[in-house]
Design a binder for this molecule. Structure first.
Ligand SMILES: Nc1ncnc2c1ncn2[C@@H]1O[C@H](COP(=O)(O)OP(=O)(O)O)[C@@H](O)[C@H]1O
Ligand SMILES: [Mg+2]
Length: 389
């Protein structure tokens, strides 16, 4: 077989990838400036400060925080302050042990995965900071996953280092990020007070014109001139404005370009954008589900199936569906306590929500709902990936 490398509408497709960090995030000047006011004591006094960023998916929280830290490190070095930073996605690194290990590996890439307690790891991190007289900004992204799984102990420990920290001993500051404005409710009031209301930075959904500017920027970076008409930028912004999600808008652009290339078209057309819409989902379902092992996929599939017609299902209903799903996929169903644990872990991952039914004292039961991804999308996706095994 021979490949024909036809012309492409893409000049630099990497600029559309998830990893590409823009030099500047348009329409996030206010948030960036607030972050600067919150964290400038780091440079001015070596003092620790924290910030809590929240907003819906695709509102630029992760990239604004990263961009800020890159620029802030440079700004600090001009005043001879050693600032470094790292980010951990707490959904991908479950639990405080894994999060801490990841942070240690920032300084020591070969730090062993096993054999050290949390206290020992913490001490080792502290020594690194002291040795380099470093102010370390830790970004805990999707922090609600950490709080649900392990509680706030790790955050308390960082706060204790910060209490004793000085410019000569090294110090720590934290930027916590979540989609949920109430994510920090899991912390006790004392710890919560270090994240006072004034340290909160809100990331609102982007409106149509803001998305237009974001897409416009990516077109200039990634696409050949003349391949994407302004009308199409409008169309993409229109579609994405329903969710206010920049990632969705950028993915629509990328997919539309790919469809144009497949047809060997010289420019992207409205039909390509419409076609892209049916391929790209506003929430990156595959990425989210890719993190799950088979037992959790089976549990989530049963919840998804039962949730097709109801907003809330009971734990009992979920387990009923689970028995059927396990039979279908030839897996042995896990016992009730294990099932319950899986549901809790799915909750920590933000894939399901659980709450106690409010009805009376007797017969209280856990109710499960799907906060983000529609039941059908979930079920289809899980069925496909379970069959592919
Ligand atoms: N204001 C912006 N300007 C340019 N690109 C943006 C902007 N906001 C978000 N993006 C892009 O959209 C995608 C999603 O942003 P991200 O920071 O991951 O959102 P969140 O963490 O809020 O889900 C990234 O590719 C990011 O570069
Ligand atoms: Mg993010």
């Amino acid at each position: 077989m021979s490949f024909r490398a036809g012309p492409s509408v893409f000049k630099d497709p990497g600029k559309l990838s998830f990893d590409y960090l823009p030099d500047k995030l348009v329409h996030r000047e206010k948030q960036t400036q607030r972050l600067f006011s919150l964290l400038r004591p780091i440079v001015e006094a070596g003092a620790s400060s924290n910030a809590f960023l929240y907003g819906a998916v695709g509102t630029g929280k992760t990239h604004t925080a990263k961009r800020f830290c890159l620029d802030f490190r440079k700004y600090a070095s001009e005043s001879d302050r050693a600032v470094d930073w790292d980010v951990v996605n707490c959904r991908q690194r479950m639990g405080d042990d894994a999060v801490l290990l990841r942070l240690l590996q920032h300084f020591d890439p070969h730090f062993p995965e096993r054999g050290f307690s949390i206290a020992e790891k913490m001490e080792s991190l502290r020594k690194h900071l002291e040795k380099h007289k470093l102010h370390f900004i830790v970004i805990l992204d999707e922090v609600d996953a950490l709080l649900k799984k392990s509680g706030a102990d790790l955050i308390y420990s960082f706060a204790r280092i910060a209490e004793e920290g000085t410019a000569t001993k090294g110090n720590i500051s934290m930027i916590l990020i979540s989609q949920r404005p109430n994510a920090l409710e899991y912390m006790d009031p004392a710890a919560l007070s270090t994240f006072r209301r004034s340290n909160v930075v809100e990331f609102p959904r982007y409106d149509r014109t803001e998305l237009e500017d974001i897409v416009q920027g990516r077109v200039a970076l990634a696409m050949h001139p003349g391949t994407v008409d302004d009308d199409l930028i409008n169309l993409i912004a229109d579609i994405a404005s329903e969710f206010g999600d920049a990632r969705y808008a950028i993915e629509l652009l990328e997919k539309a370009g790919m469809l144009a290339d497949e047809e060997r078209a010289e420019e992207v057309a409205a039909e390509h954008v419409r076609g892209a819409k049916s391929h790209v989902h506003p929430i990156d379902v595959e990425e989210r589900l890719g993190l799950l092992d088979v037992p959790k996929k089976l549990v989530l599939l049963s919840i998804a199936r039962k949730s097709r017609k109801k907003a809330y299902i009971t734990m009992g209903e979920a387990e009923e569906a689970y028995a059927v799903v396990c039979e279908e996929y030839n897996e042995k169903p896990r016992a009730h306590t294990q099932f319950w644990k899986y549901v809790k872990e799915l909750d920590a991952l933000g894939l399901v929500d659980t709450k106690l039914s409010g009805k009376g004292e007797v017969g209280k039961t856990t109710l499960i709902s799907l906060p983000e991804i529609p039941a059908k999308v979930l079920a289809d996706n899980l069925e496909r990936s379970l069959k592919r095994r």
